[in-house]
Design a protein around this ligand. Structure first.
Ligand code: IZC
Ligand code: ZN
Length: 427
């Protein structure tokens, strides 16, 4: 066999090989860890995994051999819930937030999401592209190789399309792979405050078909929350989206227990996100329908709110993934390693469960499990190389970046903790 790259002398290789669908319970804890491992890569894909120098018997020719110096290697991390593309920032609301004004009240006063809608409308395509690209670079430095990106800061067709086109171009040009989600149902524009139905019809009849026709989003999402979109409104929007061929996600039961978890089960959403206030019944329904609970602990941390009940979810056989929720309001941070650390410290998940939640389960939550999320033959060679002796250390030594190197489809894109890809490709 001829390969491009062999990475050898991997101290501990956490492959995440095994069941290629959302993992539950003990499956989230039982990880294959190979010591003194190597990975062989050809055309950006993994072609062989083994130990020591066994590759000498299999590989006749290679272009380069790279020494992992005994470090810890995992699949590239996956951030499966972000509001990546947006204009401006909201530090002007920080003192209000610190004084205890609730998130929803800031929105109702015309701030919050609506303030970002204004900045996103005002920003040019290039401004949004450059700002989002900077965030993607930061994510890559933290070991993230796949990112989901939502629209939802336009609330009218042109700006929603602008956001999704920025994400599409970044998917083509930046090393990180992006998965687009249409979130026109992120807030009610003030002019429709008294008449939700008019805006919902615009979403369903104008925006969703256009986004679909242009191939700009694979998923459709709704912010189902008291004072935003009700259960009935969310059910209507998501069932129309399903008819049009979208896969579904939902912001469910974040602040108020509305029955979002139950709805996500009924509609067989791929993921149901937040779930701090989800009911027991809703969680059981999610387990039955294999809906991934996508938890966002850095949002709880930043809003100084309760964490979701991850232990109960895992007990109930709900598969759990973790993401950043990166956005300018409730989680202005791109740091997925901090999210992982809060997965242990806030959600009381084990380090192994957390790693499952940001690799294979996160891949499932954005329908990319056939390509990424584990280190096995045929999948993309997306790899995170950590300067850490074991998985526990990653979560225990918190608040820092443990990444030493990142490979994206077999190419070294972060080395010595620095971005090294050729950014002339970014246009
Ligand atoms: O901009 O506040 N929760 N949507 C729902 C967000 C947070 C993003 C924002
Ligand atoms: Zn969100």
């Amino acid at each position: 066999m001829r390969v491009d790259v062999i990475i050898n002398n991997i101290g501990k290789l956490v492959t995440m090989r095994g069941k290629n669908s959302p993992r539950i319970k003990d499956e989230m804890n039982d990880l294959e860890i190979i010591e003194n491992a190597y990975i062989a890569i050809a055309d950006g894909k993994i072609v062989e995994v083994g130990t020591g120098n066994e590759y000498e018997n299999i590989v006749q020719e290679y272009t380069s051999i790279e020494n992992a110096n005994g470090l810890l290697v995992t699949p590239g991390l996956i951030d499966s819930h972000t509001h990546l593309v947006h204009g401006g920032s909201r530090e002007n609301e920080f003192s209000k937030k610190l004084a205890g004004v609730p998130y929803i009240e800031i929105l109702n006063q015309g701030g919050g999401i609506l303030s970002t809608v204004k900045s996103t409308k005002e920003a040019t395509f290039e401004e949004l592209y450059n700002k989002s690209r900077k965030s993607l670079d930061r994510m890559l430095e933290f070991g993230v190789t796949t990112v989901e990106a939502k629209s939802g800061y336009g609330l009218e067709l042109d700006t929603e399309l602008k956001q999704l086109k920025v994400a599409k171009k970044l998917n083509e040009n930046h090393p990180i792979d992006l998965v687009n989600t249409f979130l026109g149902a992120h807030a009610i524009p003030p002019e429709y405050k008294e008449n939700h139905k008019v805006y919902i019809d615009i979403i369903v009849e104008e925006m969703m078909p256009k986004v679909k026709d242009l191939g700009l989003a694979e998923f459709c999402d709704v912010f189902c929350e008291e004072g935003v979109f009700s259960i009935e409104e969310s059910a209507y929007i998501l069932s129309k989206a399903k008819e049009m061929g979208y896969k579904l996600k939902i912001h469910a039961d974040e602040i108020v227990s509305l029955g979002g978890a139950e709805l996500s089960a009924k509609l067989k959403c791929i993921s149901s996100d937040h779930l701090m206030a989800a009911s027991q019944e809703g969680l059981k329904e999610m387990a039955k329908n294999k809906v991934v609970a996508n938890l966002l602990p850095a949002t709880s941390f930043n809003l100084n709110k309760d964490y979701a009940n991850a232990r109960k979810m895992i007990d109930f056989n709900v598969p759990v993934s973790l993401s950043s929720d990166y956005n300018p309001g409730s989680c202005p941070s791109e740091n997925l390693q901090l999210v992982m650390q809060l997965g242990c410290l806030g959600l009381k998940m084990t380090p192994n469960e957390v790693l499952t939640a940001v690799t294979i389960n996160a891949a499932c939550s954005i329908n990319r499990h056939k390509e990424v999320g584990s280190i096995e033959i045929g999948k993309k060679a997306d790899l995170a190389v950590f300067d850490a002796p074991n998985i526990e250390y990653l979560m225990y030594h918190f608040g820092i970046n443990h990444i030493e190197r990142v490979y994206k489809e077999g190419k070294l894109v972060v080395d010595n903790k620095q971005i090294i890809y050729d950014n002339s490709i970014l246009g």
